[in-house]
Design a binder for this molecule. Structure first.
Ligand SMILES: Nc1nc2c(ncn2[C@@H]2O[C@H](COP(=O)(O)OP(=O)(O)OP(=O)(O)O)[C@@H](O)[C@H]2O)c(=O)[nH]1
Ligand SMILES: [Mg+2]
Length: 386
């Protein structure tokens, strides 16, 4: 009934597509000790310096290649400048470096310029470097000012971050500023870490790179969920188109293909690579198993749903109803997978054991089918809203 050969082909195509990804590049820059490395660790949940050695590039820039280090992003760490350093020398270094990046064809998606609250004043060097960055058309809209160590702000008025905000606002009214610190609880209660991550991702033009940035960061889990759900919607519409062709859904390899792609992509948004966990678990046999499971669930649910939708099924299968069913099951599957990964990720964040490979077990589970049922209603609500 289900063509496993074709499923393997689909999975291999998806695997190739997701393997050869270009990664977003994040650059941190600011005074020495301004909290650049700490910021990167807080956002991405990784001690990059401990993950591997970056390549020291010309004049104080270190580039960490995500593909080499198994990360979902590249990092450019600019060596912090010291107080009293010559401004022109610094500015020349930065200009030269950015020229080189531009020439190499690489683009930088996010630039966080760090100014520590602890410093108590914004230096002329800060303004000069920001001015340089804002004058470069290729990056200016990706520059953000980050007031680090916000936990050290004084409770008095006007406090340091308010003063900073005013100075930056006077010089660069178009620049966005965020207050952050290295403490989760404080960030969530008082500071702007979430906003910083959201704004940064929204400014990335390339949608694929924006998705990978969301996958790379580990701070804003709800952003991953939003992206995953958006992708489930897109896939549902694709499935609707495929479902509108008058072939029985249970045999529709196209829809299964859309679904495999969808669960792969959702896994990636959460930072799990389904394809890799599949390969690690014995490869192709499991891949066809996933395909069969999807086809079986899809088939059975589809028939149940169709029976509800059209009395006298068997004599006539309306292609419109077929499309609705294909879409709602795909959407439900996407939402269910997203919720699954969401809870898996939460587990990982609290130090519990979990692996992306668990999804295979979970797909054969009763809870999964129940989850799908409860989310078919979500889809119907969604189509009514649109
Ligand atoms: N209180 C407080 N201390 C922080 C915070 N962020 C960083 N620090 C401390 O500030 C110091 C410098 O932090 P780093 O992240 O190493 O700064 P950096 O900009 O990467 O420094 P260089 O790479 O040497 O230029 C460290 O001792 C951190 O522990 C914060 O949010 N609050
Ligand atoms: Mg550092």
């Amino acid at each position: 009934m289900i063509n496993t050969k074709r499923i393997e082909e689909i999975v291999n195509e998806a695997r190739k597509e997701f393997k050869s990804r270009v990664l977003p590049t994040v650059m941190v820059i600011g005074a020495s000790g301004s909290g650049k490395s700490t910021l990167v660790n807080t956002v991405f949940g990784k001690e990059i310096a401990h993950v591997g050695v970056g390549e020291a590039q010309t004049k104080g820039f270190t580039r960490y290649d995500g593909n080499k280090l198994g990360l979902n992003f590249n990092l450019i760490d600019a060596e912090g400048w010291e107080l009293g350093e010559d401004e022109n020398i610094q500015l020349n270094k930065i200009s030269e470096y950015l020229d080189g990046v531009k020439k190499s064809g690489e683009s930088i998606q996010v630039i966080w310029y760090c100014i520590s609250i602890d410093a108590r004043r914004i230096q002329n060097m800060d303004i000069c470097i920001l001015d340089l960055l804002m004058k470069r058309k290729e990056i200016s809209k990706n520059v953000f000012v980050v007031f680090t160590k916000a936990d050290m702000d004084s409770p008095s008025h006007p406090n340091t971050s308010d003063e900073y905000l005013k100075i930056i606002g006077d010089h660069f009214p178009q620049l966005k500023c965020f207050r952050v610190c290295d403490d989760q609880a404080l960030n969530r209660q008082h500071f702007d870490m979430s906003d910083m991550i959201r704004c940064s991702s929204e400014r990335i033009d390339d949608e694929e790179l924006a998705d990978i940035f969301v996958a790379a960061q580990s701070y804003e889990l709800s952003l991953k969920r939003e992206k995953a759900n958006k992708f489930a919607k897109t896939s549902a519409f694709q499935a609707a188109v495929a479902g509108a062709t008058p072939i029985p859904i249970a045999d529709s390899i196209i829809i299964v293909g859309i679904q495999i792609r969808m669960i792969t992509k959702i896994g990636l948004i959460y930072g799990f690579n389904l394809m890799e966990s599949v390969a690690a678990n014995g490869g192709e046999a499991i891949i066809s198993q996933i395909g069969k499971l999807l086809a079986k669930n899809l088939g059975e649910r589809a028939i149940a749903e169709l029976t509800k939708l059209i009395p006298g099924i068997g004599t006539l299968v309306g292609s419109a109803a077929n499309a609705v069913v294909a879409a709602s099951i795909t959407y439900s599957l996407g939402r269910a997978v997203s919720e699954y990964y969401y809870s898996l990720y939460k587990k990982l964040l609290t130090g519990q054991q979990a692996s992306g490979g668990d999804i295979i077990k979970w797909l054969s589970n009763e809870d999964f089918l129940k989850g799908i049922e409860s989310r078919i209603e979500d889809y119907q609500r969604m189509t009514e809203e649109n």
